[in-house]
Write a protein that binds this ligand. Structure first.
Ligand code: SUG
Length: 426
């Protein structure tokens, strides 16, 4: 059946800031304490969504949850009004408070694993909410993400939304950022490749556990014959590839991966070729892991355009890195379906380690499933314009680290959320 893929982008929230919360994420660590620009972050996110729509693709969006999240702090014993909870947490446990302020839900590749209908036992699209157990601030996202996904995909005949796995390190699950689907086309049965880490004693945590990926496959009823598990390369994780989508991206029958992305690439690619004979593994040369991590070349979105060609939607950082850009030119000149390079500026997100691919959750749907999506979360030019207006009116221009402590900022974030909800429901 003919199917398309819809990218649902996370809208960067009004508290977007640089609190250095993610160990192993080089950008997040190195920009700790910098001034952030939430309005610019949201503008950049919306401009990317607009650019993808201009390519002729259907575009969805996912709103941010309320931050600071007083609700996430209450289980730790903080009591009173929301402002009292926030003020007490800021005074008693600043790092916990900062975790509750993060706008990290913008990186919706980490919202859930998405399993395409042709691959699941019951023929529905399955979304398994990610527990994001590896990072405290990200673990706060799971519950609301689950509720949001139910709201966006309400048609239970077409979609099955799963709650997150238990939130424990042994079941760490980072969602679609560590999952790749390869298939002759979006509507055909495909091969699901789950990339995962393991405890190897490195300085940087390995966030995705194989056990979690296996549970995801089980929950969705994936055919074991069409499911592969691939260990991430230790060197890539320790170079800052905290998610596999920092070093690899797949679309339909194309895999673009850094040569050092996986622990045993030869074995993985031959297992993939056995199941998908027309697989293109696109090689890149001359981009070392440090360049891959700083340019986010592999964190591009690889999309199929309506005419059938593929385009890479790259961060401007890849355009500015000589090694990365020569690799892009070589990829475009080589014999593979990737024909276009589209450069987008998502610098505010990049400074926290999130490129174009991190910002979106891809959902493959046929016509009936598409009709079952809540249209309020699909973009039209009008809805995009309305979102832009809310951002211009309510998102703070800049946040310096101490601003997070200000009740005025908390009030502004609440007003922004109310205005956004009014647009969504309006
Ligand atoms: O989980 N950064 C995110 C970036 C996620 C990128 N997503 C994908 N690769 N799919 C993370 O490390 C930084 C927040 C801070 O430092 O305030 C942060 O959470």
């Amino acid at each position: 059946m003919s199917a398309i893929e819809i990218n649902f982008d996370g809208l960067p929230g009004p508290t977007h800031n640089y609190a250095g919360l993610s160990v192993g994420n080089v950008a997040s660590q190195s920009n700790f304490g910098e001034v952030s620009f939430p309005r610019a972050a949201a503008r950049q996110g919306l401009a990317k969504m607009r650019r993808v729509m201009e390519l002729g693709l259907v575009q969805g969006f996912l709103p941010p949850p309320l931050r600071p999240a007083a609700a996430a702090l209450r289980p730790f014993g903080f009591k009173g009004s929301d402002d009292e909870v926030l003020a007490a947490a800021a005074a008693e446990d600043l790092s916990l408070f900062r975790a509750a302020c993060s706008a990290s839900s913008m990186w919706r590749a980490n919202a859930a694993n998405v399993l395409a209908a042709p691959d699941t036992t019951d023929g529905r699209v399955h979304l398994v909410t990610a527990n994001l157990a590896g990072m405290l601030h990200r673990s706060f996202e799971a519950e609301e993400t689950y509720r949001l996904l139910r709201r966006v995909f309400p048609d239970a005949d077409r979609f099955c939304i799963h709650e997150a796995l238990p939130s424990a390190r042994h079941f760490g699950d980072e969602g679609a950022a560590n999952h790749m689907r390869l298939a002759p086309s979006h509507g055909a049965p495909g091969l699901n490749v789950f990339a995962h880490g393991e405890l190897r004693g490195g300085n940087y945590p390995e966030r995705q556990s194989r056990r979690a990926s296996q549970a995801v496959a089980r929950l969705a009823g994936l055919d074991a014959e069409r499911t592969l598990y691939a260990l991430q390369n230790d060197a890539a994780v320790q170079a800052g590839a905290f998610h596999n989508d920092v070093v690899a991206v797949a679309n339909a029958n194309v895999l673009l991966a850094h040569p050092e992305a996986f622990a045993d690439p030869a074995r993985l690619y031959s297992a993939m070729r056995e199941r998908l004979p027309n697989l293109h593994v696109v090689e890149t040369f001359g981009v070392n892991l440090a360049d891959a991590v700083s340019s986010y070349l592999f964190n591009s979105q690889l999309v199929t355009l309506p005419g059938g060609d593929m385009a890479l939607i790259l961060p401007s950082d890849a355009r500015e890195n000589a090694a990365a850009w020569s690799a892009v030119e070589a990829v475009l000149a080589a014999d593979n379906p990737i024909r276009h390079a589209v450069v987008v500026d998502v610098r505010e997100s990049m400074r926290n380690g999130g490129g174009p691919a991190c910002l979106r959750l891809r959902v493959p749907v046929d016509g009936l499933a598409r009709a079952g999506i809540n249209p309020r979360f699909l973009l039209t030019p009008e809805r995009l314009a309305a979102l832009s207006q809310v951002v211009e009116a309510h998102w703070p221009e800049r946040i310096a680290p101490d601003d997070l402590l200000s009740p005025d900022l908390w009030a502004q974030a609440r007003a922004a959320r109310a205005a956004l909800e009014a647009v969504i429901e309006g």
